[in-house]
Structures are given as structure tokens and as C-alpha cells.
Write a protein that binds this ligand. Structure first.
Ligand SMILES: Nc1ncnc2c1ncn2[C@@H]1O[C@H](COP(=O)(O)OP(=O)(O)OP(=O)(O)O)[C@@H](O)[C@H]1O
Ligand SMILES: [Mg+2]
Length: 299
């Protein structure tokens, strides 16, 4: 079982057409045809969108994405038009709303990995490859890879895992030229971000981008280089051979599988409400990663 513990009703704003409620974002179309993307405070873990919200999380994700978009703008243009609230939008949307160009999204989740973790580790342990890329013997959990690799995936329904595929499979689906452009751009943005994060004591283990087309040109969309789309590890605690503490969801994941939660993740039951302390500490983690990366104080 997985999905939303309770799926929220979309907020109605005159002049905006609600298009989609994602795990984290609510999408609307403005009369101009532009997309209005509102990042909620929803949190997902263990394939569930949890009953609690993490206050300010959507703002942190939005502000961090904006910060990164500026730092990669010479590599690839992005979808952001403005951060102004549409007329009539609730005050709570401030800081979490982006007016964006509506892109024709490319149905490939573009993942770059510099370290071995998650589904990459699982595949490596099975046959020493990740998405068809052969890797040397002797790597362990969280090892740095000899060089970053592009490991595309196909997007799954809410509650399902994305499916890793080979580069060749993406080329069959979207054409060789576009597949190659995705791979190149993903690895270029990863390398830039990895170096920036590294200077600030953070390892960018892996990250996922979503790209779209605007008049035939490649544009980066969605969110970028946030704790929800990336694995960030504190560099000073990095130790291959074990799982690394993640900056953001670790507390929640650990609590949910601990006896304290009373929840069996393999049961049909949805996860329970989180204790207030876990919510507050998780909020602090999101803010910490924002502050470490940007070098600014969260206002
Ligand atoms: N500029 C854009 N134009 C069109 N769609 C976009 C754009 N930027 C992001 N999207 C889409 O908006 C959605 C963002 O919502 P969110 O991140 O909550 O979704 P998700 O949980 O990742 O997946 P799902 O939408 O399947 O629930 C994604 O489906 C993403 O592909
Ligand atoms: Mg998303």
C-alpha cells in the first residue's frame, strides 16, 4: 500500500485552473497559459505522502531551486518566469509559488550519480552495473564512483518506484539526439552543483532533473537540487561501507520504522501522525541544508 494518507482538496483561485495535485506540488494554469507551480509542505517517506506537513518545507524547496537555477543558467535555461503571486492567491502561497513556462515535459527522469546509493546500489550489488553501465568491482555502499554516471528512469505512478532504464532505451523512446542532450546536460549540471556543494561541506551523492521542450529547445523544469530531488550528505561524516545519514528525511524514516510509531510499513495501514518533535527537527534540517548551501540565513 502507498499513496496519499489524505489527498488534499485543491485550493481554488479565480482565474487559475487546477491541473494536478502531485506528491508535493499543486499545478495550475493561468489565463496567460503559463503554469503556476505551488510547492506545498507535504512530505513523503516510505512511498507515502504523510499526514503531517513540515512547515515552510515548500518555501525552502522553492527558494533553493531558484538559487540553483541562477547558478546553472549558463548551462541550461529554466522554466521560471516570476515569483509574483497571481491575483487572488492565498497569502500562504508567498515564497512557494513559481509562475513558469508550461513545458512539454520529456518523460524521462534524468538522474546523475556520483556515489553509489539507493536503486544504484541495489543494481550494482546484483550485477555490477547501473542502468546498463558497467562499474568496477569493489565498490560498496556510498562509494564515490570513478566518474559520475547518467542513470535515466521512467516516471512511475504515485506510490510506485521509478523504473531505471538504459540510456539506449531512452534513445528508442525519445530519439537519439534528445537522449544525448539530456545525458550531457544532466552530467554538466551535476558536476557544477557537486563542486558548489562540496565547497560548502556537502556531498551531492545523486540528483534528478526533469526537462521539457519549449519551441523545440531544451529547458529545465520542476525543482532542482533540493533535498527532495537529491541525496545530500554531510561530507565530514561520509564513510563508505554503510548508509549515510541524509540531511532531511532520516529522522522521519527512522521514527516510522521504529517501535515508537507502531506502524508496520508492509501492512495495508497508512503511516501514523508524526510527533511534533520529529516535525520540528525535520523542518530545522531543511532549513539547515538551505543555509549551508546558500550561505544565507533563512528568514
Ligand atoms: N514547466 C513545467 N511544465 C509542465 N509540467 C511541469 C513543469 N515543471 C514541472 N512539471 C511537472 O509538475 C509536477 C510537479 O509536481 P510534483 O513534484 O509534486 O510531482 P511528483 O510527485 O514528482 O509526481 P506526480 O506529479 O506524478 O505526482 C511533475 O509532474 C512535473 O513533471
Ligand atoms: Mg516531483
Amino acid at each position: 500500500m502507498s499513496g496519499f494518507v489524505t489527498k488534499p482538496e485543491p485550493v481554488q483561485v479565480p482565474g487559475l485552473v487546477h491541473l494536478h495535485t502531485g506528491k508535493v506540488r499543486d499545478l495550475y494554469r493561468a489565463e496567460s497559459g503559463d503554469l503556476v507551480m505551488v510547492a506545498s509542505d507535504r512530505m513523503s517517506a516510505h512511498d507515502w505522502v504523510l499526514p503531517n506537513e513540515i512547515p515552510d518545507k515548500g518555501r525552502v524547496l522553492t527558494q533553493l531551486s531558484l538559487w540553483w537555477f541562477d547558478r546553472i543558467a549558463d548551462i541550461v535555461p529554466n522554466h521560471v518566469i516570476s515569483t509574483e503571486l497571481p491575483a487572488g492567491a492565498p497569502a500562504d502561497w508567498k515564497g512557494r509559488t513559481l509562475v513558469c513556462r508550461s513545458l512539454e515535459m520529456i518523460p524521462v527522469e534524468c538522474v546523475a550519480r556520483g556515489y553509489l546509493a539507493g536503486s544504484g546500489l541495489t543494481e550494482y550489488e546484483a550485477d555490477r552495473t547501473v542502468c546498463g553501465i558497467a562499474l568496477p568491482e569493489g565498490l560498496e555502499n556510498s562509494s564515490e564512483l570513478p566518474a559520475p554516471i547518467y542513470t535515466p528512469a521512467l516516471k512511475a505512478e504515485v506510490g510506485e518506484h521509478d523504473e531505471n532504464v538504459s540510456y539506449e532505451e531512452t534513445a528508442r523512446r525519445i530519439g537519439a539526439e534528445l537522449a544525448n542532450q539530456l545525458r550531457r546536460t544532466t552530467l554538466d549540471v551535476y558536476a557544477r552543483a557537486r563542486d558548489i556543494a562540496r565547497e560548502r561541506g556537502i556531498i551531492l551523492a545523486d540528483t534528478k532533473f526533469e526537462f521539457g521542450l519549449l519551441d523545440g529547445a531544451l529547458v529545465i523544469g520542476d525543482e532542482v537540487l533540493t533535498p527532495d530531488s537529491s541525496r545530500f550528505w554531510p561530507a565530514d561524516q561520509w564513510q563508505p561501507g554503510r548508509s549515510q545519514p541524509s540531511f532531511d528525511k532520516q529522522l522521519i524514516r527512522d521514527w516510522l520504522v521504529s517501535p515508537a510509531s507502531g506502524w508496520d510499513r508492509h501492512s495495508e495501514q497508512p503511516p501514523p501522525e508524526l510527533p511534533a518533535g520529529i516535525v520540528e527537527q525535520t523542518r530545522a534540517k531543511y532549513i539547515e541544508v538551505y543555509e549551508l548551501l546558500t550561505g544565507t540565513t533563512w528568514a
